[in-house]
Design a protein. Sequence first.
Length: 275
Amino acid sequence: MKRTWLITGVSSGFGYEMAKQLLASGNKVIGTVRDLSKVDDLISKYPDEFDARMLDVRDVSAIKSLVKQYDHIDVLVNNAGYGLFGAAEELSTQEINDIIATNLTGSIEMARAVLPVMRSQKSGRIIQISSYGGQVAFPGNSLYHATKWGIEGFTESLAKEVSSFNIGVTIVEPGGARTEFRYGSAHVANLMPEYDDSDTHAFLKMLNPDNGLAIGDPVKMVTRIIESVEVTPAPLRLVLGSQALENTILTLEERIADFKTQTQVAKSTDFPEGE
């Protein structure tokens, strides 16, 4: 089925691959970028189907202005975002504000802008690109995890709010993939030598492709995301990558086991029964 997709951040990675696959199969794509030259090939190859737009998702007024230009959007893919690596102490206030505005607030405002369109047409699908880092936390990634855990909470609540309007919502949790996210666009803080001998700087090895590439195939991952739109009801979560799923299940099992040890402490804070 041909649809109109609004995808943020199509200049590279999942966004670019998704736009390429969708356009090749005859869909219309409204793709946002911060540099139009990054998608010159798609603009020239698909002049009628590809609507490339300049957008910085940190600009809420620009988000609202963009969405108001369209009276029909079948699928929103909140894809724009980046990784920020470094201990909490190593990050600058500007780095913190920028990643929250991009990864968290930008996605929230984009969803809020699109909802009136989808409600009026009585259908729609919102796909939020998160990460298995929205469930599992590693040292040296505190602010990235903060944005992903935050957007997952927002999106899960949103899914319950809009289901009666025939709007489906899916959180995508990919594992490591061979994209620019890891091997090109990752931001690294001004590192402190005090953390050099701890696990906090272990990410430096991961970011170096000489130490081995991620097992995730971005082409296959994007194909699975596109296919999920055909599934009804919409899956709330879509984990991509065997390592991501294994680590997520292990982490959740450990978390549940820890919660179960707290039964008596939790109960001890209740009023006595009948009072």
